[in-house]
Design a protein. Structure first.
Length: 238
């Protein structure tokens, strides 16, 4: 009786493990296609253009940043400061230093045609400064990135064209990189992308599946060894 129960339990465990592995493989394939940002160099001179190919497994927001050269610690007041002043006459917060303008038109040839404008400096690394690129209706920071009508990238391949509409005097001729951000991440995930963002923790999931496989392999080996020993004992009694 116990042998039947143990054999059935092993079989069910392996079937569940195979199902989990199939889920993991499909999830990782979708994650790999969604996790990386796309970088496109462009020169900040009005009329300059650049192109990028972006793929999404489903509709996703067009989250963008402009990446300027550093290094961190250098003074670049033209990038602005992300500090607001409360108490404006219309009761709407305004940036104390919005920075010099950068406006980029984005088209995909399938209906997307939006002008994004640089907000004040939003971050820095050892070698770069970042300014978020918001649709002009969002650039004052009053609306979140997930608010409508934030532009969307269509499912599948999008061939994006970027055109510099305006750049401040300090930026004329400077080469920057346009960063098209992933819809998933530790700090933010686009609505409807939670199933893909789960695989940010893929090393932990892979480790759990590996431990499961090792335990079941050990139990299977023990069961077969015990079964062979029982068969030898029965033959010896005959």
């Amino acid at each position: 009786m116990w042998r039947t129960f143990f054999k059935t339990s092993l079989a069910v465990g392996w079937l569940l493990w195979l199902a989990a592995m199939a889920w993991f493989a499909v999830g990782m394939l979708r994650y790999v296609q969604s996790a990386d940002a796309t970088l496109t160099p462009i020169i900040l001179t009005p009329g300059q253009t650049a192109r990028a190919e972006v793929r999404r497994i489903r509709e996703a927001p067009l989250w963008m940043e402009a990446r300027f050269g550093g290094p961190m610690g250098s003074e670049r007041p033209e990038l602005g400061e992300y500090t607001t002043r409360v108490g404006a006459p219309d009761a709407t917060p305004r940036f104390v230093n919005p920075g010099q303008p950068v406006r980029i038109r984005v088209r995909d040839g399938r209906g997307l045609d939006v002008v994004v404008a640089a907000a004040p400096r939003s971050g820095a690394s050892a070698t770069h400064f970042y300014r978020k690129l918001w649709p002009e209706s969002h650039v004052d920071g009053a609306q979140p990135e997930t608010a409508s009508p934030f532009p969307k990238l269509a499912k599948g391949k999008s061939d994006l064209t970027f055109t510099v509409e305006e750049a401040g005097p300090a930026f004329q001729g400077e080469q920057i990189e346009l960063v098209i951000s992933s819809p998933i991440g530790l700090k933010r995930t686009a609505p409807g992308w939670d199933d893909v963002s789960t695989f940010i923790f893929w090393p932990f999931i892979a480790a759990m599946l590996g431990v499961w496989a090792l335990v079941w392999a050990g139990l299977t080996w023990w069961y077969r060894r015990r079964g062979r020993a029982a068969c030898r004992w029965v033959r010896a009694q005959e």
